[in-house]
Design a protein around this ligand. Structure first.
Ligand code: ATP
Length: 583
């Protein structure tokens, strides 16, 4: 998508409504420009002593009618444009949110949440303002100016007098060329510092517990304060420049009024201009002051929204790192998984996280994956979910390259329970039924029982309808993990992946969960990543990763007999348990 396409698409789709709105505003401008003409006529007839009482009433009613129609037409035009603007805002935010879900983790790692939020909040608002107020004010300004010039000519004001009076207006384009890019640059800096502040605020709020426990609130406050100071300074710079620019425009209007007074007044005195035409001229020049001011506003607005539109369009044009192939197949169930010479290096990293991994996982098997921290366990899982893309041909599901399946079907078929399963600020029920909001209550309760969180939940006052998060209850680390585990279990998927998902659960509860997993997962494939031998010892096959390589594989007894890394890990953990029991 190239620059400005987002807006172009929208305007193209709603061109009829926009045309009607612009026509309404043009009609209101022509209507408004009739006022000085009427008053000019009135003055001339008054001066000539031709006015009767009835004429005065007729003129008053005419002025009233012009004012009422002007207001009605303008209000209708403005309402239509504003409504379209609000719809644009909704449409764009919706598109942006769609884009956010499409983009990969790599993009988020680079961008930061504050920046992305500022796209949705500030940038979209600036563009909306430009297309709503921009269209109303530009149409208003241009057509009011044109109508006034035409009416001035109709009123019998000599063209030379109009040219002389309107002369100072010719300076406007020069002012715009000078101020425009400068305002745009300063506005960009303000936008960037607002994004930095949002990011800092978000980080401080997310890390508030840590700040408190380390008693470093002052440091946190100072760090946030520094980002706010930056904004004020940059905003003031922007305000100074745009105020100077906006004040110069009406100043030029005033100069043109002075010129018209000098030359027009002289012409009335020597009889070459009627008093009515002179009155009309001064009134027209007063009216013109408004559109001039609007031109200033529109330019400022366009500068601001131009930068915003550029940013939004750039984001919309981002191509996700991981995406579907041309004609992706639907993955219905995972039968077997095959890794052949899988080597993977994270983008920007020099060392591979996985090296020449060969592995076959049969349907119904439980595979335990252990290894020291940083050995590549989570990387392997991320590749299976295509959070990062594995090299072509290195990873097959049901005999087909993983890239041939649609991302949606791959991720919805696999049940994945990460270590830090995020819980949303909604009810426990909605959190568990995350992948299927219509899941029956019995299934949700069953999942909670298997994850051994059921007893905790029913002790909450609203049981499964208890709200979590900011306005609800706070779960302990272990309760959070088990709720997230229940979310994975109710999918009853052909492939369940537990990525260190019981690390915060005590040993007794873990044992219970594993026992229920063994009975409910019969015939289905389960991958258990863990630091604890106790979590994988019953697996059909266990692999040990060491610096991204497959160091050992076998069953628990086989690996113990090998006296290798696994056996050493087992010994260490047994000793740890023994020490804990002795204390
Ligand atoms: N997004 C990333 N970008 C670059 N390198 C990464 C990224 N994620 C992980 N790594 C690196 O890849 C290697 C393997 O990491 P991985 O998270 O797979 O290890 P792990 O075995 O799951 O560790 P842990 O048990 O601590 O979760 C590590 O050296 C890590 O620093």
């Amino acid at each position: 998508m190239n620059d400005k396409e987002l807006l172009k698409d929208y305007v193209k789709k709603h061109w009829a409504a926009y045309t009607i709105a612009v026509l309404l505003i043009i009609a209101s401008n022509i209507d408004q420009a009739l006022l000085p003409l009427l008053l000019g006529h009135f003055t001339d007839r008054l001066q000539q002593g031709l006015l009767t009482m009835q004429d005065v009433i007729r003129y008053s009613l005419l002025v009233l009618a012009v004012a009422v129609t002007y207001n009605a037409l303008f209000a209708l035009g403005q309402y239509t444009v504003m409504k379209l603007g609000r719809r644009f805002e909704f449409f764009t935010r919706d598109k942006l949110f769609g884009k956010f879900s499409e983009l990969g983790v790599q993009y988020y790692a680079k961008q930061g949440n504050g920046k992305l939020l500022s796209y949705v909040l500030n940038d979209v608002t600036y563009v909306r303002e430009a297309i709503s107020n921009g269209i109303t004010q530009t149409t208003n300004a241009v057509f009011l100016l044109l109508s006034c010039i035409v009416m001035m000519l109709i009123s019998g004001i000599p063209p030379l007098l109009i040219c002389v009076s309107a002369g100072p207006l010719l300076l406007i384009p020069f002012l715009v060329v000078y101020f425009g890019p400068r305002i745009r640059e300063r506005s960009r800096r303000v936008q960037e510092s607002i994004a930095a502040m949002t990011e800092a605020a978000e980080e401080q709020l997310n890390g508030i517990r840590i700040s408190k426990t380390f008693a470093v609130e002052e440091i946190a406050r100072a760090r946030y304060g520094a980002t706010v100071d930056g904004i004020t300074e940059k905003q003031l710079k922007l305000v100074r420049l745009s105020s100077l620019f906006q004040s110069l425009l009406p100043f030029l209007g005033s100069i043109s009024l002075v010129i018209s007074l000098l030359s027009g007044g002289f012409m009335v005195m020597n009889g070459s201009l009627t008093l009515g035409s002179f009155v009309a001229l001064t009134l027209y020049l007063r009216i013109i002051g408004g559109p001039l001011q609007q031109i200033g506003n529109v330019i400022n607005m366009m500068q601001r929204s131009g930068a915003s539109l550029e940013r939004v369009n750039r984001l919309m044009a981002e191509v996700p790192d991981v995406r579907d192939s041309e004609k992706p197949a639907r993955l219905e169930a995972v039968h077997d998984i095959m890794l052949s010479g899988l080597t993977f290096t994270y983008p920007g990293s020099s060392l591979p996280a996985l090296k020449n991994l060969n592995l076959s996982i049969r349907e119904g098997q439980t595979l335990g994956i252990v290894g020291k921290t940083g050995s590549g366990k989570s990387t392997l899982i991320h590749l299976l979910l295509r959070i990062y893309d594995p090299p072509e041909g290195s990873m097959c599901i049901n005999g087909r390259d993983i890239h041939t399946y649609s991302l949606d079907s791959l991720r919805s078929t696999i049940a994945y329970v990460p270590q830090d399963g995020f819980l949303f600020s909604t009810t426990i029920r909605d959190n568990i039924a995350f992948s299927d909001r219509a899941a029956p209550m019995l299934l949700i309760e069953d999942g909670a029982r298997q994850a051994m969180i059921y007893d905790n939940i029913i002790r909450f006052p609203d049981r499964f309808d208890t709200r979590l998060g900011e306005r609800g209850v706070t779960l302990s680390g272990g309760q959070r993990q088990r709720t997230s585990l229940a979310r994975g279990l109710i999918k009853n998927s052909s492939l369940l992946i537990l990525d260190d998902s019981m690390s915060a659960v005590d040993a007794v509860t873990e044992k219970g969960i594993l026992a229920s997993l063994r009975s409910m997962r019969k015939g289905k494939t389960t991958l258990i990543v863990s630091h604890r031998i106790s979590a994988v010892m019953h697996a059909d096959q266990i692999i040990v990763l060491e610096e991204g390589q497959l160091a050992e594989s076998g069953t628990h007894p086989e690996l113990l007999a090998r006296q290798g890394i696994y056996a050493a890990m087992h010994k260490l953990q047994e000793e740890g348990l023994q020490d804990a029991a002795d204390q």
